[in-house]
Design a protein around this ligand. Structure first.
Ligand SMILES: [Zn+2]
Length: 293
């Protein structure tokens, strides 16, 4: 018998802004590698309708619908339709009474600034401001975001769905291009991912729980830093995930950013209402061909 009315399922989504897929093979990212080995890591192409900018891409990721529905076309969130197409932490908290949590340091995701917030009504929300707009300040911010997330994930709140936003990698790319500082920032993000995974595994009730972990980036970066255009480097994002229904080493059907929210609902065993008009679908392992003979 389940201790929790809503079951033993839990989901942790870690959004790392602006991480180039092509650089991952040359960087030591053991914690991301562990998620990929336990499930998969696969590319996502930002679709033709979506500017390769953080605002529209993150909105698509957490709502499960594209720009034509959610209405976020840039980094100003004004004119959005999030009341109709809310993020998963809000939808789960308001219509499914699930405990949810969102944390990060980019204002319009969490505050009523620049037309935001994207996360309109999660069960718990933490905004942690970078002290200034520099790569160094963003590393400090992401450290504090990670500490806050670890505290909540191991505390009494017991969120069933959590979104953690890490912004330092993208900021470093904008300020310094995609050189050594950018690469080091990716390693830093991976180390923070490791602490979040350790927090989950360290929960007193971990043995009775079934966790889905999704790590996702929103877009890439040009070599000199910057994005928003249609180049392959800018359009290429990725998703890594592991959990129930995702066998280790799974190959998955081609992915879209809209699939993240769809998978969150599936991982919590919630059947989306057709009125939500989700455009994504849960991550689906490719059926292996039957052995010949
Ligand atoms: Zn971004």
């Amino acid at each position: 018998m389940s201790l929790w009315p809503a079951g033993s399922r839990r989901v942790l989504v870690i959004g790392i802004d602006g991480v180039r897929l092509d650089l991952l093979p040359e960087l030591a990212t053991p914690h991301l590698d562990a998620v990929a080995a336990a499930g998969f890591l696969a590319p996502v192409e930002v679709d033709d309708a979506t500017p390769t900018m953080s605002g529209p891409c993150w909105t698509t990721i957490v709502t499960g619908v594209g720009v034509a529905k959610h209405g976020v076309y840039g980094n100003h969130f004004g004119g959005n339709r999030l009341e109709v197409f809310p993020d998963f932490t809000t939808r789960l908290a308001t219509t499914h009474r699930r405990r949810t949590f969102a944390v990060g340091g980019w204002e319009p995701l969490f505050l009523a600034r620049q037309g935001g917030p994207l996360f309109t009504a999660p069960g718990r929300l933490s905004y942690i401001a970078p002290l200034e707009d520099t790569p160094e300040a963003w590393e400090v911010c992401d450290e504090r975001v990670t500490a806050e997330a670890v505290s909540v994930l191991t505390g009494d709140d017991d969120p069933q769905a959590t979104f953690v936003y890490l912004g330092a990698v993208d900021e470093t790319g904008h300020f310094l291009g995609c050189g050594e500082e950018y690469r080091q920032s990716i390693r830093n993000a991976d180390e923070r991912l490791g602490r979040l995974l350790a927090a989950v595994r360290g929960r007193a009730t971990y043995a009775e729980e079934e966790w889905t972990v999704i790590v996702v980036t929103d877009h890439g970066h040009l070599d000199q830093g910057g994005h928003g255009g249609r180049s392959v480097l800018e359009r290429t994002a990725w998703i890594a995930a592991c959990g129930p229904g995702l066998p280790a080493g799974a190959r998955v059907e081609p992915l879209h950013h809209t699939d993240v929210a769809a998978h969150v609902y599936a991982a919590l065993e919630i059947v989306p209402d057709p009125h939500w008009t989700l455009e994504g679908r849960p991550f689906t392992p490719v059926a292996e061909p039957l052995p010949v003979g």
